[in-house]
Design a protein around this ligand. Structure first.
Ligand code: ARG
Length: 461
């Protein structure tokens, strides 16, 4: 029976029940619904709506229900939604006292309270996972601080970088994701309860007290906004889509690096799969699924925007559809983070091959142009000179290394014997002066800063 059924003469068509039913996805809110209910009745006792004795009974039954569902989650069934289930179950057990629970409360402010309580916890779990992923990335950056590899633009070999620099690039993305999450938390951490259906209540509910009980830092100050605001859901969906997008970019690197053509990595058996037909295959399914599942998180964000677009104030049943998207993004993000935390440290990197490819001497063309700049040649002129050297090499099937000093001098008098010192990845890296470049000395500093940043984040969470 629905909570609102007394005025109805006919019961709902079965197909309408099926259509409006949300218990199958909102049942995961059962713990927070009980917690919110507990805080609400404690507050109702404080303002004199519920007596001391009634409160004692309610507390006991809330606790019993909690324990029973913990032991047997299948108990949750047969109601329209989780809020109805909790209220009905309590009322069944304690009769009239249970009927007081919903005083001054609507499912409209209750559902958004539940969602905020739930997301507050999930946010902490996800922050912890992101912190652990960043720890893995920072460890790998330390390990490969001086491991040269070719860097790419347009997927064409460009200049030498280090494997460390790659990991630090991804760590930078996840660092921004963590900052975003921390910021979103502030807007999740607001108590909506006490807003009623949309216009508050004539009962003097002590909202500050409920907020204190549930450890919220703020209470909402507009009851219509409170029951219809889903900005924090959108923000979280954006955060999770973007974080997942970073994972999917990393996944794509691994897929490329695992090809025969790149051969930069060997995938650990525990994280790769074989082919049912081709015995030689070792497939990067984990990375491919990360790339593939990312679409779902972007879809969830778009779905939520589509629900919210043009939605008039205040609560509308459309809002019930916020939860499947939110839960899906939370679940997908958490499992993907867990996978990558385990996966990354087990990947074997062929650092010899990376070194070899980063020694391809056209990768030093930019350094050579800058060598001329440091001897006073305007950059555009230097670029042209080195371009001519490259063309000469291509036409004569030669490498930079195979040119004699005379040949270099034929292009510019400024070339000296020290030009040959430039033609290896170590020099290219060590000579980099700019902060943020792959120079290992600079990156050691960057790693220290990132570790410090991570320690501060851990303290704050
Ligand atoms: N199941 C509903 C939801 O998830 C709860 C609120 C229902 N409110 C209402 N007025 N029908 O949004």
């Amino acid at each position: 029976m629905a909570l609102w059924g007394s005025r109805w003469r006919k019961s709902l068509e079965e197909v309408v029940e099926d259509f409006t039913y949300s218990l199958y996805f909102d049942k995961r809110l059962w713990k927070v619904d009980l917690l919110g209910t507990l805080a609400h009745v404690v507050m109702l006792n404080k303002i004199g709506i519920i007596s001391q004795e009634e409160l004692a009974v309610l507390k006991d039954e809330i606790k019993n229900l909690y324990l029973e569902i913990s032991n047997n989650p299948d108990l949750i069934r047969d109601s329209e939604d989780i809020h109805t289930f909790v209220e009905e179950s309590l009322t069944k057990r304690i009769g009239d006292i249970g009927k007081k629970i919903h005083t001054g409360r609507s499912r409209n402010d209750q559902v958004i309270l539940d969602l905020r309580l739930y997301l507050r916890e999930e946010t902490c779990d996800i922050a912890e996972l992101l912190i652990n992923l960043r720890k893995v990335l920072l460890e790998l950056s330390e390990k490969f601080i001086s491991t040269p590899m070719p860097g790419y633009t347009h997927l064409q070999q460009a200049q030498p970088v280090t494997l460390s620099h790659y990991f630090l690039a991804y760590d930078a993305m996840f660092s921004r994701d963590l900052q975003r999450l921390e910021d979103i938390y502030k807007r999740v951490d607001v108590l909506p309860l006490g807003s009623g259906a949309l216009a508050g209540s004539t009962i003097p509910l002590d909202r500050e007290y409920t907020a204190e009980l549930l450890n919220f830092s703020k209470i909402s100050d507009n009851s219509m906004d409170a029951v219809s605001d889903r900005d924090f859901v959108l923000e979280f969906l954006f955060f999770s889509a973007l974080t997942y997008n970073h994972l999917s970019r990393l996944a794509e690197e691994i897929i490329l690096w695992a090809t025969k053509e790149f051969s930069f990595v060997k995938l650990p058996e525990e994280y790769s799969t074989g082919s049912s037909m081709m015995p030689q295959k070792r497939n990067p399914d984990v990375a491919e699924l990360t790339r593939g599942k990312c679409g779902k998180l972007i879809g969830n964000l778009v779905n939520m925007f589509t629900i919210m677009k043009g939605l008039p104030l205040s609560y509308n049943r459309d809002l019930q559809e916020d939860k499947p998207s939110l839960f899906s993004s939370i679940d997908e993000l958490k499992i993907a983070l867990r996978v990558w935390i385990g996966f990354l440290p087990k990947i074997e990197f062929d650092t010899e091959r990376m070194y070899k490819l980063s020694s391809e001497d056209f990768l030093f063309a930019t350094d050579i142009a800058e060598y001329l700049v440091l001897k006073g040649v305007p950059f555009r002129e230097a670029h042209k000179i080195v371009g001519e050297v490259v063309r000469f090499c291509e036409e004569n099937n030669k490498k930079f290394r195979e040119l004699s000093l005379e040949e270099w001098r034929g292009f510019s008098e400024l070339f000296d014997r020290d030009i040959f010192d430039l033609l290896n990845p170590e020099s290219s890296l060590n000579l980099k002066k700019t902060y943020g470049s792959p120079n290992p000395v600079i990156n050691k500093d960057v790693i220290k800063k990132r570790e410090e940043e991570l320690r501060n984040i851990i303290d704050r969470w």
